[in-house]
Design a protein around this ligand. Sequence first.
Ligand SMILES: [Zn+2]
Length: 318
Amino acid sequence: MRAVGDNGSVNAAQSRHVAREPLAVRIALPLGVLFTAMASLATLCGVIADSPVARVELPAPAAALAIPTVEVDARPAADPCADDAVRAALDTGDDAGVIAAFGGGAAFREAVANGNAPCVSLSDPNRSWVVINKQRPLEPASFAPASLAEIGLSATTRSNELRPEPKDALESMATEASRAGAGTIGINNGYRSFGLQESTYDGHVRDKGQSGADAVSARPGFSEHQSGLAFDLVACDPRCGTIEAFGATPQGRWVAENGWRHGFIVRYEPGRTGTTGYAPEPWHIRYIGPELAQAYHDGGFHTLEEFFGLPPAPDYSH
Ligand SMILES: [Zn+2]
C-alpha cells in the first residue's frame, strides 16, 4: 500500500504517465477538505474544552483581591516599625520573630523593598537579612560574629565554622540530601575572618593582578564569608571534590533545588553578574533563614539585591 505522497513522487518522476496525475489530485483534494474540516472541528473542540477551565479559574482573581483587605485589617501597612512585637523582637535579636511580626517573609520583604521598614537595617551584619556586596561592605570592616561553631561535615580546609543557626541548618540539609539519595555534602569554606580574607585576596592579586583578583575573590571587608552566614560546598563520593565541580554533581543540583527549604539561597546565579558582581558560583550558599528563603523561592528571585529592592553592585566604587 502506498501513501498519497508516494504516488505523487512516482508520478512526478514518471511524467509520461500523465493520466495518473489527475487521480492524485482527485485523492488529494477530498483529503484536503477532510483535513480542513478536522482542523475546524479540533478548534471547535478546543473552544469547548477551554470553557470549563476558564470558569474554574475565575474565582482565583476574586480570592487574590480579598487578601490585601484582610492584611490591611490585621496590620496597618503605614508603619510596621511602630508595632510592639516588631520592636521587641528587634531588641532581642530575634530575626525570625521580627519577620513573623511583620506578617511573614513575603510581607517583610515587601515592606523593606518599599522603604516602609526603616527599623530594619540591611547593613547590620548581626542580622540574617544583611546584604553584603561590592557596594555594601561589612560595617564595621573588622566585624566578627559573636559566636561560631564547627560544622559537622567533612571539611576540605580549616575554615569550617559558621554561626550556630546556619551551621544547624546546613547539617540538617546535608542529612536530608543524603536521605534523598543525592550523596554526601562536604564543606570547603565557612567563616573567614577579615585577616584571612586579606591574605586570600592578596594571594589572588599576586597571581592575577587586582582586576583578576576582583573577579574571583572579595576584597577584605566585602566578603559574605566574614558574616558567618555563607559557605562553599563540595560533593564527597566518598572523597570530597572541588568547589568548581559542585554545581554539576547530584549534591549541587539537590542544593540548588531544595536549599530554600532550609533557609539557604544560591547567592551568585548564572546571568546575574551585572547585579551581584560575581561570576556564577553554584557552590557559594548564603543563609537568610527559612522564612525569607521561602519568600525568595516563591517570589522567583535570583539575587538578594532584587529581593530587597537594592541597586545592582557590579563593581567596587573605587
Ligand atoms: Zn564562597
